[in-house]
Ligand binder design. Structure first.
Ligand SMILES: NC(=O)c1ccc[n+]([C@@H]2O[C@H](COP(=O)([O-])OP(=O)(O)OC[C@H]3O[C@@H](n4cnc5c(N)ncnc54)[C@H](O)[C@@H]3O)[C@@H](O)[C@H]2O)c1
Length: 411
C-alpha cells in the first residue's frame, strides 16, 4: 500500500557483442545527421573503436566531429575548455546529437557538453539538481568499461577546483537517450581499469540494495526526482548484479580476454546502474567523494575502500539483506547473522583480490585527516539523507575510523 516507485531510464538499450555497429542504422532511422563524438586519446591513438564507429556512421549518411581530449575524472574547467574549443569548429551548428565513447569520465563530459553546446553558459551554472534549462542535445552513450553506469544515470560528476568533494549536475534529462553496451569494447581494459570499474559496479549494486526504501525517501517535493529510494524493481536488478559481479570480476581482472567474464561484468554493471540510477546511493559514495577530494585516487578505489566498512555499519539495520548478499556471493552459514558477517568479509576480500587497498592508511591518509573526511562525507547531503542510519554522524565517524585501521569486527 505504501510502496512508491519512480523509475527513469534511456529509451533504447542495445546489448551484445558487436552491437557497436547497430548504432548507426538506428540513428539513421531516427533521422540524425551530424554527431559529436566525445572520447579520449586512448580511443583515437590506440584503439579502432572510434574509427569503426565513424565509418559505420558515414555509411549511413551521418557525419561526425571528434573531441578526444577527455580525461579521467573530468573537471568543471575541462568541460569549459571543451566547449570553448568546440565553439571554433565550423560544423558545430549542424551537430544534432552527441555520442560518448569511453568510461564514466567521457560520458560525464559528454553530458555536460550536451547542455552547454545547446544553451551556452558555464558548466558551473548547472551544478546541482534540476538546474539545466531544457532538453539537452540527444546523448548516446557507448560505455567501454563495466562499472560507472553513467550511461543510465541522471548525473554528471565533476571535480571542482578548490573543492574538497566532487560536484554533480543532476537532471533526468541528462540520462542518455540511447545506450550501446558492447562487452567486446571492454576487452582492452587493463587490470586496474577493470578492477576500479568492476568494484564501482558492485558498490552501486550493494549500496542501492541496502539504501533507504522508496516509501521513506525524501523527494523534496520534486515531480521528476533523479533518485527516489530502493523499490521492488531496483532490488531485483541489484541482486542479480551482485551475483554477477562476485562470479565474474576475479576472472575479468586476471584474464581480460575472457569474453564470458566480460559479458558477465557488462550485465552486472548495467543491472547495477538500473538499480542505483533510480534507488540512489549513500555513505560509500559520499565518503568516496571526500577521499577523492583529499587524495585524487580513482573513483572505483575510493568506493572500494569504504564499501566493506559501510556494510559492517549496516549490520544492525540490514542483516537480512546482507545475508542475502552472502548467498549471492556463493557463501553458506549456519545463521542469518553469520552469513551477513561473511558477506562483509567476502566483499573486503574481493577488493583485495583485485589489487585495491583495503585501508585508508594505504591511500596515505593520516589520523589527522579522519575528522575532515567524515565531515566532508556528511556534507554530501543529497546522498547522506538516504543512509539507513539517521542521524548519520556517529556511524560515519566509525566507518572512517574502521577503514583507517582496517578493522572488520567480524574477523
Ligand atoms: N555520472 C555518474 O552517474 C557516474 C557514476 C559513477 C562514476 N562516474 C564517474 O565515472 C568516472 C570513472 O569511470 P570509469 O571507471 O568508467 O573510468 P574512466 O572513464 O575514468 O576511465 C579510466 C581510464 O580507462 C581508460 N579506458 C576506458 N575504457 C577503456 C578500454 N576499453 N580499454 C582501455 N582503456 C580504457 C580511459 O581512457 C581512462 O584513461 C569517474 O570520474 C566517476 O566520477 C560517474
Amino acid at each position: 500500500m505504501n510502496d512508491k516507485t519512480f523509475m527513469a531510464w534511456p529509451s533504447r538499450i542495445l546489448f551484445g557483442c558487436g552491437e557497436l555497429l547497430s548504432l548507426a542504422p538506428l540513428l539513421q532511422k531516427q533521422r540524425f545527421r551530424q554527431a559529436l563524438i566525445v572520447t579520449d586519446k586512448f580511443f583515437t591513438d590506440q584503439s579502432d573503436i572510434v574509427v569503426r564507429l565513424m565509418e559505420s556512421l558515414a555509411s549511413h549518411g551521418i557525419g561526425s566531429v571528434i573531441f578526444d581530449e577527455g580525461e579521467p575524472d573530468p573537471s568543471v574547467a575541462l568541460c569549459q575548455r571543451a566547449a570553448e574549443r568546440l565553439s571554433r569548429v565550423s560544423a558545430l551548428a549542424d551537430i544534432d546529437h552527441v555520442i560518448a565513447v569511453g568510461g564514466g569520465s567521457n560520458i560525464d563530459l559528454a553530458k555536460v557538453l550536451s547542455v552547454t553546446l545547446k544553451y551556452g553558459g558555464h558548466p558551473a551554472d548547472y551544478v546541482g539538481e534540476g538546474k539545466i534549462p531544457g532538453k539537452p542535445l540527444a546523448l548516446v552513450a557507448v560505455p567501454t568499461t563495466s562499472g560507472a553506469g553513467s550511461e543510465i544515470t541522471p548525473g554528471a560528476i565533476l571535480v571542482q577546483e578548490n573543492s574538497s568533494t566532487k560536484v554533480a549536475l543532476m537532471d533526468n534529462d541528462l540520462r542518455p537517450v540511447t545506450v550501446v553496451v558492447d562487452p567486446l569494447l571492454t576487452v582492452s581494459c587493463p587490470p586496474k581499469v577493470t578492477a576500479d570499474a568492476g568494484i564501482d559496479a558492485l558498490t552501486h549494486a550493494i549500496e542501492s540494495y541496502l539504501t533507504c526504501d522508496s516509501m521513506h525517501f525524501d523527494r523534496q517535493g520534486l515531480a521528476d526526482p533523479g533518485y527516489s529510494g530502493r523499490n521492488h524493481i531496483t532490488q531485483l536488478m541489484a541482486a542479480e548484479s551482485i551475483r554477477l559481479c562476485f562470479a565474474h570480476l576475479p576472472t575479468a581482472y586476471r584474464q581480460g580476454a575472457d569474453v564470458d567474464a566480460r559479458i558477465g561484468m557488462a550485465y552486472g554493471s548495467l543491472l547495477a546502474a538500473f538499480s542505483y540510477a533510480n534507488a540512489g546511493l549513500n555513505a560509500v559514495h559520499a565518503l568516496a567523494y571526500a577521499l577523492a577530494g583529499l587524495t585524487h585516487a580513482s573513483h572505483g578505489s575510493t568506493n572500494a575502500v569504504f564499501l566493506p566498512y559501510v556494510m559492517q555499519s549496516l549490520l544492525p539495520v540490514r542483516e537480512r539483506e546482507l545475508a542475502h548478499i552472502g548467498s549471492l556471493a556463493g557463501l553458506t552459514a549456519a545463521s542469518q547473522s553469520e552469513l551477513a558477517r561473511k558477506a562483509v568479509i567476502a566483499t573486503r576480500d574481493l577488493v583485495a583480490q583485485v589489487g585495491i587497498p583495503v585501508t585508508l592508511k594505504d591511500f596515505g591518509v593520516t589520523k589527522g585527516d579522519l575528522a575532515g573526511l567524515a565531515s566532508n562525507g556528511l556534507a554530501v547531503t543529497r546522498l547522506v539523507k538516504a543512509f539507513p542510519i539517521q542521524p548519520p554522524r556517529q556511524a560515519f565517524e566509525a566507518i572512517v575510523a574502521n577503514a583507517y585501521a582496517g578493522k572488520i569486527l567480524t574477523d
